[in-house]
Design a protein around this ligand. Sequence first.
Ligand SMILES: *Cc1c(COP(=O)(O)O)cnc(C)c1O
Length: 394
Amino acid sequence: MTIEEPEGAAISVPSIKAPKTREGIESLIRKLVKEYHSPLLLILKSVLNKQFYSFKKKLPYIEPFYAIKSNPHPAILKHFVSLGCAFDVASAKEIEWVLKAGARPKNIIFANTIKSETDLQYAFDHRVNLMTFDNELELYKIAKHCPKAKVVLRLKVANIGSVVQLSLKFGADPEQATYLLKKARSLGLQPEGVSFHVGSQCTNINNYIQALETSAKIFAEAESVGIALRLLDIGGGFPIKYFDSEDGTVFEKMAVMLRKEIRRLFKAYDKLRIVAEPGRFLCGPAGILITQVVGKAFRDNKYYYYINDGVYQDFSGIIFDHCKYEFKSLKRGPKLLCTIAGPTCDSLDIISLTEELPELDINNVIYVKNIGAYSCASSVPAFNGFAPAKVLVI
Ligand SMILES: *Cc1c(COP(=O)(O)O)cnc(C)c1O
């Protein structure tokens, strides 16, 4: 997607109801390829709704702040504004995008613990005053540029089993928490609460439980030094399903445990403001990437299909997000071992070495579901002259 000219990147199409069956999806794909060609990244608003409301339903007293790094497409941001969702941003540019989409400053958390001074000033100038931090020097920067800001201490927590580690370069040691919260207060800031991130695509509920236990201890310690914390931010990490064969109830089970643990550990949880920063969970399942075969060869006893999207574009999640996808073709037939590669002249641009698909020919369609998160968001504009997919939000 073109980040600088976001409006132009989306083709506006009258709302289409999301098809549920494979036949329905595939007939929509056929229609769209005829009309718009490929590569196309289809974002289904009905699935954004489904994810948002299932989050609200399963975690009723937790306010979702959509982590826009997972997919900052302007039409998605506007859609979440219309649903009343809040936002997690990491930079001045992301603040600009969500404000442009219509978000209110009070519904934004600046959740990058390391912020540049110019970005902090931008936040202050645009009345964004809720932000995370994890070290002392950051507090001085915040106090200088965003006086009286509400600050949330990001803790270092276990990321065991999560596909993407997010505690390697962020998070304060819990032992330092009280010191840092006191320091914030002494600098005229408002120590508001505690946050953590258990790692992205986290299927290990113990990461959340341990992080909640640590947070509860810090709430008690802070109280003992006269700091009344009001906000608990349980971060992102909520997992989605990538393959049809996977269990689709992991999030639901996790939500049940989360509610139970929060009730157990935070007796006054109903007086607490509890927020979360889901990214992948809200936008991942809404994306379908539609590509076509542009070349074919036979090497190492298997077919190589070269398609018109690759790891520099919308399959960037393979590199940056360690993601594995399920590839499907419109064509049916006996399946044969194959490799799927992207269009650039780089050998890194291999999407999958071993897939099983029916024998395909030039222009045949390969598509991938559940690819709304960490796909176009981390693509590069035009490596080798190959642009990412057109984004179609319907
Ligand atoms: C990336 C990130 C998120 C979103 O994580 P998901 O796993 O996509 O839910 C939330 N908060 C912070 C601070 C992040 O860095």
